[in-house]
Design a protein around this ligand. Sequence first.
Ligand code: FAD
Length: 318
Amino acid sequence: MRVTDYIDQAKGKTLISFEVLPPLKGGSMQAIFDTLDPLMEFKPPFIDVTYHREEYVYKKRASGYYEKTAIRKRPGTVGICAAIMHRYGVDAVPHMLCGGFTKQETENALIDLGFLDVQNVLALRGDARKFEGKFVPEKEGHHYASDLVGQIAQMNEGQYMDDLTDQSNKTNFCIGVAGYPEKHFEAPNMEIDLRFVKKKIEAGANYIVTQMFFDNQKYFDYVDACRAAGINVPIVPGLKPITKLYQLNSIPRLFHVDLPDDLVKAITEAKDAKARTQAGIEWCIAQSKELKERGAPVLHYYTMGDSSTIRSIAEAVY
Ligand code: FAD
């Protein structure tokens, strides 16, 4: 079923959903099940699975020269989606990227997802590779998430790359896209960022999932700004508890978000690791309760493999 249908059917009740990462190369599907098994009693209607494109490393060869080698540390998004749907009977939402895909490869991947009865995708641009200063699309690939959304929307109309319209073979993907309550880090300002979010919706996206944030006011302001800009789709808040000291630096660096002073204080002043985890859990519970009270359509938790923390939060909120 489509994510937006779940939201419509909930009639204002706040749903819950989770995001999981494919295990590192060589890991097993059991790692995903170990993350999700303790969370399934909260009845998420859908679960997101992230996508990780290849990165490059330089390996020193016997000749002394360095050779550029592609590595893919977290393969398996499509297979994991199929396994989740099969084991739990819930919908899986694979993340799809512009980066690393030609349009033809995107079409083939979407056809495969259709065969697996996957009905939802989160369409993203992806980040720059580590050795490139900015995002570089494939030669025959998409530059922006709005272009990828456009291709998926065309397939929903039965239009494929070969220019033949096949009305009998329409896909039926519900399309999610990313939104940034603290603005995407490359955008010069929120107004311009929202212009491009609107472009994604006009291209056919059905809902937005936000980047994590730690101050709910940023989400509420973002929703207001979207509505004022004429963006009227559901906006699902993304939530991640901070439980470790190093995350006070890594989260702002990796996700370009601010941490409220009170949260930083609670984490730094906690007397040990256990107290730190508890402080992060309590912050996320307070965020979740307020978002729920104020009618967020879904609370979407980034698990990052840590189901016990997410479970403590879900128990307090649902
Ligand atoms: P876009 O919407 O294309 O925007 C990228 C930038 O370009 C923005 O600054 C925007 O303002 C600007 N822009 C957009 N369109 C135009 C235009 N036409 N002209 C000029 N500028 C434009 N990354 C992964 O690799 N794998 C994942 O699984 C993954 N999951 C994510 C899930 C969520 C909920 C979120 C919020 C992010 C996720 N990301 C993931 C990270 C994401 O790929 C990066 O944040 C990326 O830098 C931007 O992706 P986007 O889809 O928002 O890009």
